[in-house]
Design a protein around this ligand. Structure first.
Ligand SMILES: [Zn+2]
Length: 103
């Protein structure tokens, strides 16, 4: 599929305009409905996150520059979501200025 994306006018870095190589793309998420791809520019080292919504009639894409690396994004994706209990625990710790209680 990446070859299709490369012909989808996403061939260059939006920051410095250097062309992306085929090895600069990594797939973060792939489902039948959407895909998320990270592209790292070898010129300026900035990362672009490409989000694709895949529909039978069309493919919609938007790209954003990000400070996240592929590894950071992968870690966030695979970690548990923050729970309400987590938020309450942090609130209580901050309220009493005792940061050692967090965790
Ligand atoms: Zn660049």
């Amino acid at each position: 599929m990446i070859d299709n994306y490369l012909s989808f006018r996403l061939t260059s870095c939006s920051s410095c305009k250097k062309a992306f190589g085929k090895n600069s793309h990594k797939i973060l998420v792939r489902t039948p409905d959407y895909e998320v791809i990270f592209a790292k520019c070898s010129g300026c080292n900035r990362t672009t996150k490409l989000n694709f919504a895949l529909n039978p009639s069309e493919t919609v894409c938007f790209a954003t520059l990000t400070d996240l690396s592929f590894e950071d994004a992968n870690n966030f994706l695979n970690n548990e979501a923050i729970s309400i209990d987590d938020v309450i625990q942090v609130h209580k710790a901050l309220k009493f200025d005792n940061f050692s209680r967090i965790g």
